[in-house]
Structure formats: C-alpha cells, structure tokens
Design a protein around this ligand. Structure first.
Ligand code: BGC
Length: 445
C-alpha cells in the first residue's frame, strides 16, 4: 500500500456501516413489532439453513461494548439504520418510547465517544403491519414513510445531522418484489415496477421532509452499483451490458437527478407509467447533499435470448474462474474507481461518499485471533482506487467499510462474514480481525 490517510485530506470522512436487522436482535423486545424480515425468515428454505435475525449480534443489548470497541479502533463515523417498527410498531401512529430510548442511548453514547452518527432511515425492514396494507406496492407508502421520517427527524435532529433516506432501492425492490428472494418474497414485473416507483417517490419525498424539519441537515440516499462490462464486443453483448447497467446503476439515481427512468435502454420500464400520476416526474427529483455509493464487485454481461425483459445475463465469477469472495462475487478493486467516475460524470452530481464497501471471506478463529489477509488486501486495494478517483478530480468525500461486525447477511444467513470484527454467534464473543487492526492503525496515522 503506497498511501496514507493524509493523502485523502483532513475533511475526508472515514467510518463503518451497519443495518438494524442485521445486528440488533431483540426482534420483538420492548414493544418492537415485527418487520417484513421477521416474518420472511420464518418461511422454510428462504434463508441459508433457515437462519434468522432474532438475535443476530445482540447489538440491542451489547451496543455499549460495541461502540467502545469502535472507539478503540479509531472509528469516528458510524452509519447505522433505524428499525421503523421499533419506533412506530404499526408503521403509522403510536410511537414506542422504549424503541426511541434505545436510539437515544445509541446516539448519545456515540457522540460522547466522539463518533458521529450517520443514520439510514430505511434499510429494508418495513413494518409488517404496513405490508398487510400492501407495503411498497401501495402508493400510500410514500406518506407512511414521510410521517416516519418526520418522527425520526423531530426526535433525533438535535443530535443527528447526517441522514440517508433509503438503502439500495434497486436491491430491495428487485430481490424483494421481482425475484422474491428477500422479504416480503413477492415476484413479478408488476410488483417490481410498483415497488420501484413508490420507493423512488419516497426517496425524494423523504429528502424534502428532512430538510423541512432541519434546514442544516446533510441528506443523502444510498445506491448499489457495480461496474458493468460486456462479455465480448459483439453488438448483442454490448447492448445487453447497456441494459444491465441501466438497471443496476441508473434506475434510481436518474429520476432523483430529474432525468426520469432509463426507459430508452430498458423498454419494459415504460410500463412503470401505469403507476405514475401527474407531477410524479417532478416529484421524483430532489437535490441531495450527497450520494452514497455501495460497491462490492463488477458484473460481466452477455446477451441471453431467453431471459425475460432484459435478454441479458451475468457471466458469473465462477464461470469466469476469477478470484471470488464468499458471496461468489469477483474481487475486482478497479470497480469502485469506475463507479466513482461514472457517477461523477452526471451533471449536477452532489459530492459522493462510499457508504459501503467490503468483502466476505470464510474467516477462522485460531488461538483467539482472526487472521484475514484477503479482506485486508481487498480493503487496501479498494481504498487505493478511491484515492485514484479522488486524485483525478472526483468529488468523493468519505468511505465507510461494510461492515463493523460479522452479521446476518440476509438470504445468506450467518454464513458470509463481512466484519472487521469477528462474532462467535454461539456466545456473542467479539474478536478484532487483522483487517480491523489494520483499519484502526490506518485511521490513527
Ligand atoms: C447491503 C447490506 C449487505 C451488503 C453485503 C448491501 O447490499 O446494503 O445490507 O449486507 O450489501 O451483501
């Protein structure tokens, strides 16, 4: 590694990210009602070995030790999400004071340790009570979400300034409403298009709500993104790659920037009009203070006649026999550089922050140590690529590692370990991995 933290400048933000359902546990504790994930994990064979997030990292009960550990590792920015059904069990209406108290304690302790909270308002755990009313398929979700956002801002804005409206709308709408592999397990194009449009509306509207309560807030939203390349220079592969890029990287950022949906590449997206009302196009636009990018890998795309709607498919890392993580994602550090360049190329793009980046590997604990050279290398290489983009003029202002603790990795259960800190899920013991020690040293420098 040929760079130090100083190369990024004093105002560059370094941190770690987590999400409520993946770490908190205490899933029905102190008045919290179930979210769609609490329900989804009960279905047979949806999650690797039928794992559940009921206890996860038990962060709800262990946050004091965990935040102290974060502080010892020199981490001074912490991105976490609020579980909507902990604050408002029915999704709308009555507030659960015990849930509010938990986030108050979390925020207060963070601040007293010199750790700045960065709050994600929605990281995929919709209150189940709202799912019973149609969830993201019901256009009213825009108002339910706006009310919840207003509640959070009123409760926490005296101490929280940095907000992210949604986490990766492409992933939660595609996995949850098209493929049915994430909660709530719905499938099909119509479900996907409805959920996507309502999420895009909620994304912009949520931003407006935060600003209306807290004018000096720093508001962003986060986007999954992968550098896309065509499998060959055949025109069909090039066109397939363009379509995949539109779906993976452009679907939610472009309406937010006022460019509408990328319908020129993906014709079937025109069907989203069915869900659009007058003024929606204008309502989809909002000027964020920053855009959060979450990158893990690149995708190689080829033409595939039989794949409905897209006629495109991913050529997997396995098929290509390239180095992979435990998620079977290609290890390709340059992806984060290309993604930063791509997003920076939009006119009127606000500053960019890498709000997630990291890798899962099958870490082993030996003699009370977890040696994880692959993750360490992955992070160093990725951070180097962020610096490369920054030095070429990309306005990238921060970097958050995914993630602090090994956690519940959605459909993959507890199998993939992404943490800087190893968690023994039998006894909740934490062990800082070599990558965690490295990050701590890097941040201290
Ligand atoms: C999500 C995280 C997830 C990570 C690794 C992102 O899609 O925001 O919740 O754990 O990627 O898969």
């Amino acid at each position: 590694m040929h760079f130090s933290k100083e190369a990024f400048g004093d105002d560059f933000v370094w941190g770690v990210s987590t999400a409520a359902y993946q770490i908190e546990g205490a899933h029905l504790h102190d008045g919290k009602a179930p979210s769609i994930w609490d329900i989804f994990v009960q279905k047979k064979n949806k999650i690797f070995q039928n794992h559940k997030g009921d206890i996860a990292c038990d962060f709800y009960n262990r946050y004091i030790d965990d935040l102290e550990l974060m502080h010892r590792l020199n981490i001074r920015n912490y991105r976490f999400s609020i579980a909507w059904s902990r604050i408002i069990p029915n999704g709308v209406g009555e507030i659960n004071q015990a849930g509010v108290d938990f986030y108050n304690r979390l925020i207060d302790l963070s601040l007293s340790l010199g750790i700045t909270p960065w709050v994600t308002l929605y990281h995929w755990d919709l209150p189940h009570a709202l799912e019973l009313k149609g969830g993201w398929l019901n256009r009213d979700v825009k108002e339910w979400f706006a009310d919840y956002v207003a509640v959070c801002v009123q409760l926490f804005a005296d101490r929280v300034k940095h907000w992210m409206v949604l986490n990766e709308p492409t992933v939660f709408t595609a996995a949850g409403y098209f493929f049915g592999v994430h909660a709530p397990g719905k499938k099909g194009l119509d479900n996907f298009l409805a959920a996507a449009h309502h999420a895009a509306l909620a994304q912009a509207h949520g931003g407006r709500v935060i600003k209306s309560w807290q004018a000096d807030s720093v508001v962003g939203s986060t986007f999954s993104c992968s550098h896309v390349e065509q499998f060959s220079s055949r025109p069909k592969d090039i066109f397939a790659a363009k379509k995949a890029d539109a779906l993976l990287n452009r679907l939610f950022i472009e309406p937010l920037l006022g460019l509408g949906y990328p319908t020129a590449e993906i014709k079937v997206l025109n069907r989203i009009e069915k869900y659009m009302r007058q003024n929606d196009l204008a309502d989809l636009k909002f000027d964020m203070d920053f855009i959060g990018l979450q990158n893990y890998t690149r995708e190689i795309i080829r033409y595939a006649m039989f794949v409905p709607f897209l006629q495109a498919k991913i050529v997997s890392a396995k098929e290509r026999k390239v180095e992979m993580t435990a998620m079977n994602w290609e290890v390709y550090p340059e992806s984060i550089y290309h993604i930063l360049k791509k997003f920076a190329a939009y006119e009127n793009m606000p500053p960019l922050i890498i709000t997630e980046n990291g890798a899962a590997f099958p870490d082993l604990k030996e003699d009370d140590r977890v040696h994880d050279p692959k993750r360490l290398q992955y992070l160093q290489d990725a951070i180097g690529q962020v610096l490369r983009a920054k030095q070429e003029g990309v306005p990238v202002k921060g970097y958050f590692v995914w993630t602090f603790l090994d956690n519940f990795e959605w459909a993959e259960g507890y199998y993939p370990r992404f943490g800087l800190v190893h968690v023994d899920f039998e006894n909740q013991e934490r062990t800082v991995k070599s990558s965690g020690e490295w990050y701590a040293n890097f941040l201290k420098a």
